[in-house]
Design a binder for this molecule. Structure first.
Ligand SMILES: [Zn+2]
Length: 115
């Protein structure tokens, strides 16, 4: 299965931009739309000062896009179904692992209901 990573990258970056604008009044530079490393470094800087679960998830998703592990369950290493990624582009567990861990993990932050 080949994921359309460009599509997911764009989705993640637009969520990221919206989150940054709403919560920090900052926007990623235009070249950030390619998901290059400088935008990731900016995120690291924000995260150094603020603990933000949503930001962290989006940042992690971008890192996984960069290193080619996007769409692969971090627990069992199986592919996460595209439908699950469409619902939550920052998804990093397959449904089996998510249900297995959901009761032990701290509740993951969800996208705002307005999205
Ligand atoms: Zn899994």
């Amino acid at each position: 299965m080949t994921l359309n990573t460009n599509l997911f990258r764009r989705t993640i970056l637009s969520k990221l931009n919206q989150h940054l604008q709403e919560n920090y009044s900052i926007s990623l530079p235009r070249e950030g739309m390619r998901g290059d490393r400088s935008s990731l470094h900016q995120l690291e800087a924000v995260l150094a000062f603020r603990s933000d679960a949503t930001l962290e998830e989006l940042r992690n998703a971008l890192s996984r896009l960069e290193n080619g592990t996007y769409g692969i369950c971090i627990s069992c290493k199986r592919e996460i179904p595209v439908e699950a990624l469409r619902m939550d582009p920052a998804q990093r567990l397959c449904s089996t692992c998510e249900s297995r861990f959901s009761h032990v993990e701290v509740q993951r932050s969800r996208w705002p209901a307005t999205l």
